[in-house]
Write a protein that binds this ligand. Structure first.
Ligand SMILES: C[S@@+](CC[C@H](N)C(=O)[O-])C[C@H]1O[C@@H](n2cnc3c(N)ncnc32)[C@H](O)[C@@H]1O
Length: 195
């Protein structure tokens, strides 16, 4: 980053970006009017070998991600994550929203501003990663916090071949069961190397 050149610019409808290995667009789409939003996604798709777009993990943040995902695919990119495929999202519009959670530490200023006392917060986000180079998406993605029960783990999944599905992994599954005990919301499933 020592070599980085920082530039400030207003994101408007007509935006050109220099070619880049990676373009990240984080928590910005919500700030923009629709025309500037689509212009930014199209410019990122044209410039980036890989594009990562992140929005707040709310129903409307998810809708913006799905709209951006459609544009990235139309521009010739392939989806690397979180989806296991480039097909339409299996969530029926308005019924749910694909999102994940990341624990982020709070600075003292952060705590003061938000009036919170915990040293961390669980930030909910929706995202999409698309690439121009070949990507190997996970066969499935864990879409909810796994439920641990005695001798079994209940998983909610978005899968490549069966859309949204539920899976119960029990002790009888051996190695897969041990993997399921350790798996987290947002992880690929099954973990690489397990059957
Ligand atoms: C929620 S912040 C996200 C900041 C950062 N990308 C991140 O992930 O932490 C949204 C940012 O978008 C900037 N922004 C809003 N509209 C913009 C526009 N038309 N052109 C450029 N920046 C804009 C705001 O100034 C603000 O810094």
């Amino acid at each position: 980053l020592r070599e980085a050149r920082w530039e400030r610019a207003r994101i408007g409808a007509a935006l050109e970006l220099a070619p880049a290995d990676l373009v990240t667009v984080s928590y910005v789409l919500k700030e923009l009017p629709p025309e500037a939003r689509t212009g930014l996604v199209d410019a990122a798709a044209a410039a980036g070998q890989a594009v990562v777009i992140v929005e707040p993990g709310t129903p409307d943040g998810y809708v913006r991600i799905i709209e951006a995902r459609d544009r990235l695919i139309a521009a010739g990119l392939s989806i690397a994550a979180p989806c296991p495929h480039d097909d339409a999202c299996p969530i029926a519009p308005g019924t749910d929203w694909c999102h994940f959670s990341a624990r982020v530490s709070r600075s003292s200023l952060h705590r003061q501003v938000k009036g919170g006392s915990l040293s961390h917060e669980d930030e909910k986000f929706s995202y999409v990663v698309a690439t121009r180079f070949p990507a190997t998406p996970a066969p499935a993605r864990i879409t909810r916090k796994p439920q641990l029960r005695k001798g079994q783990v209940l998983l909610e999944l978005c899968t490549r071949d069966e859309g949204l599905s539920r899976s119960t992994v029990t002790k009888r599954h051996g190695e897969l069961y041990r993997a399921a005990r350790d798996i987290a919301w947002g992880d690929p499933w099954p973990p690489e190397g397990t059957a």
